[in-house]
Design a binder for this molecule. Structure first.
Ligand SMILES: Nc1ncnc2c1ncn2[C@@H]1O[C@H](COP(=O)(O)OP(=O)(O)OP(=O)(O)O)[C@@H](O)[C@H]1O
Length: 612
């Protein structure tokens, strides 16, 4: 078969030698649980309780290299499409391997990206924890979570067994108590919280760690977070000689922590005096960049991938594009001319943005109607447009499906409720920003709609991957403006995919909605104005709460509120992703307010709205 353009391009990109001869996951068959060699019967039962009767190909391939003949001898790099079952692929062998452990201590660490703090990562990280929690107790193992969902004090009491002392933070690294033990065998963590525990939690140690999983590696390697990766690697590195190697780069606060791994053969690495930390890295869009992969210090890595191209879509995913029809567009413009003139006069950037979206909302509504209430996720490019679009859609009267928004602008409780409703089928359409693109697993999502075209192929892959999961069929629609068509074509070529036909949407299906659209736009305009004035008030309210008396509370990790606060205060600051800050300290001065993030960067919040 002739090489495609993308394959030719890829062959010119320098890749690491071990990546040139991968194990092809497509050559593996789905395997019934009963035929899986060495599977612990207790785990088989747990899997059956989850409703799983067989393992997917990627899970079989990883099993072969871990519990099977591969015997964990090599580090694994897995590139497998969204929804192919990567989580269980690493969870099952780790749990099986640890099932014979005699003493409880932290032996497996799974690190996932932070993403929008307090938003998506909590969902996807919790999902990873759910998978472990569904199988680990069957063999007497326990699983913990360190993601900043609860206060650090609560987290510590979950993770560390303290015979006499109550939960608390160790501010003095010298004050190391040997009586403390890990309550968990497996920890699922995000880098920020992991570093908090490494730096401050008495009794938290990685010295027994046997397995390190870096899920969604490409994304995680972008998260430096106080050098979490080199720190973890350093803390788990055993000394080849007899004398402990002094840590060379660790921060002072880590000085008292043990960085030399215990020797032993407990993990059964034949012929090796010291246990090697086994690493597994996984993604649907795994990086091939040698410099990035070098950070992981992989041991004799084995590359497992699906198919020939770097980016693969799920087998049963169909992609379509919706391109604006010239006549329909013109007629809509004519009908809405008055509204647009009005809107253009307005100064609010929200309203100007509405103008830019032109007829897309109408096409979206027509498409949703055609999909007849099937579960859909509609992706937009920002939290603001998520909110506006969802508000607008809800002004279309009599739509026969329920639409909710899912974004970082909402309170956590509201978001959780929306997601629960969506999972349970009470809500059929979820409008979301890219917060939901990675890792999110909601059963029965039949369609993904890119209301705004994704800028990168990786974003497209992860968005589209919310459907067609676990071997199910799914469709991905992308709404395109004329000027976007070329860029979109190029984008798909990166995944070597030219099969994205135009989805026919007759102009008649949108024409009948003109008047209702006009009135919905008017209502949206009013809502946006009302919300803008409310937001100013909210700014005052939050700042009043930022009283110096509350500082200890923030230091104990009640930090999301500060993030939310910042988000509500200043739109330009938001661009710098203030909502993602994990705030360590909050200083209150009259003017201005400064928050400090995990990188040690101070960010000044707009002083003009500070209440004395
Ligand atoms: N052996 C199995 N049998 C049936 N369903 C499975 C099996 N393994 C995983 N699943 C289901 O497949 C879905 C996708 O799994 P998972 O979330 O692990 O995929 P993934 O490859 O990590 O996807 P992403 O890259 O999008 O995070 C989940 O709903 C999971 O419950």
């Amino acid at each position: 078969m002739a090489e495609t353009q993308e394959q030719k391009k890829q062959s010119k990109v320098p890749i690491l030698p071990w990546m040139r001869s991968p194990v092809d996951v497509t050559l593996f068959e789905q395997s019934p649980l009963a035929l899986l060699p060495c599977l612990d019967p207790r785990l088989m039962e747990a899997l059956q309780d989850m409703g799983f009767s067989s393992l997917f190909p990627v899970q079989v391939a990883v099993w072969q290299e871990t519990i099977g003949p591969g015997a964990f001898e090599r580090d694994l790099c897995v590139n497998s499409p969204t929804g192919s079952g990567k989580t269980l692929a690493y969870a099952l062998p780790i749990v099986q391997a640890l099932s014979t452990r005699a003493v409880k201590c932290l032996r497996a660490l799974v690190v996932l990206p932070t993403r929008d703090l307090a938003l998506q990562h909590l969902v996807s990280v919790s999902m990873v924890k759910e998978v472990f929690s569904a199988i680990a107790p069957a063999v007497g193992l326990s699983v913990g979570l360190a993601v900043g969902q609860s206060s650090i004090a609560d987290e510590i009491s979950e993770l560390i067994k303290r015979p006499k002392l109550e939960a608390g933070i160790c501010y003095d690294p010298e004050d190391f108590s040997p009586g403390l033990q890990s309550s968990v065998d497996i920890l699922v963590a995000t880098p920020g919280r992991l570093m908090d525990h490494i730096n401050s939690t008495k009794g938290f140690t990685l010295e027994h760690l046997c397995y390190l999983v870096v899920d969604e590696t490409d994304r995680l390697l972008r998260e430096a977070y106080q050098s979490w990766l080199p720190t973890v690697l350093q803390m788990t590195r055993y000394d080849e000689g007899f004398f402990p190697r002094a840590p060379t780069f660790l921060p002072l606060s880590l000085g008292s922590l043990k960085t030399i791994r215990r020797s032993g053969v407990e993990r059964g690495f034949k012929g090796k005096p010291y246990p090697r930390l086994v690493k597994m890295i996984l993604s649907a869009t795994l990086t091939q960049d040698p410099s990035k992969l070098a950070q992981l210090d992989l041991h004799h890595p084995l590359f497992l991938t699906t198919g020939k191209t770097r980016y693969q879509f799920p087998e049963k995913l169909e992609s379509f594009k919706l391109v604006r029809n010239g006549y329909a567009f013109l007629s809509i413009i004519l009908v809405r001319l008055d509204v647009f003139r009005e809107l253009l006069k307005a100064r609010s950037r929200f309203i100007l943005n509405i103008c830019e979206t032109k007829d897309k909302p109408l096409y979206l509504v027509a498409l949703l109607q055609k999909l007849e209430g099937e579960k859909c996720i509609v992706f937009t490019s920002s939290v603001e447009s998520t909110h506006r679009l969802c508000t607008l859609l809800n002004f279309f009267d009599d739509l026969p499906f329920k639409i909710k928004e899912y974004s970082g602008l909402q309170r956590q409780s509201v978001r959780s409720k929306a997601l629960k409703g969506f999972r349970e089928g009470e809500i059929q359409v979820l409008v979301s920003s890219d917060a939901m693109t990675r890792g999110m697993d909601v059963e029965g999502v039949k369609n993904v709609i890119n209301y705004d075209m994704p800028a990168y192929i990786k974003t497209y892959i992860h968005r589209a991957g919310r459907t067609a999961r676990a071997g199910q069929a799914g469709r991905c629609f992308t709404l395109l403006r004329k000027e976007e068509v070329k860029h979109f074509k190029k984008l798909l070529q990166k995944a070597d995919d030219n099969s994205c036909p135009v989805y026919e949407m007759p102009s008649s299906s949108v024409e009948s909605m003109h008047s209702i659209y006009t009135s919905a736009l008017e209502k949206l305009k009013e809502t946006v104005e009302t919300e803008a004035s409310q937001k100013r008030k909210v700014g005052f309210k939050y700042l009043r709460a930022a009283n110096p008396m509350l500082q200890p509370m923030f230091q104990l990790g009640v930090s999301h509120r500060v993030g939310t606060m910042a988000q509500n205060l200043d739109k330009t600051q938001k661009k710098r992703e203030i909502e993602n800050l994990h705030v360590e300290q909050l200083y209150y001065t009259n003017i201005p307010i400064v928050v400090q993030d995990n990188y040690g960067t101070n960010t000044t919040l707009s002083p003009c709205i500070v209440m004395p």
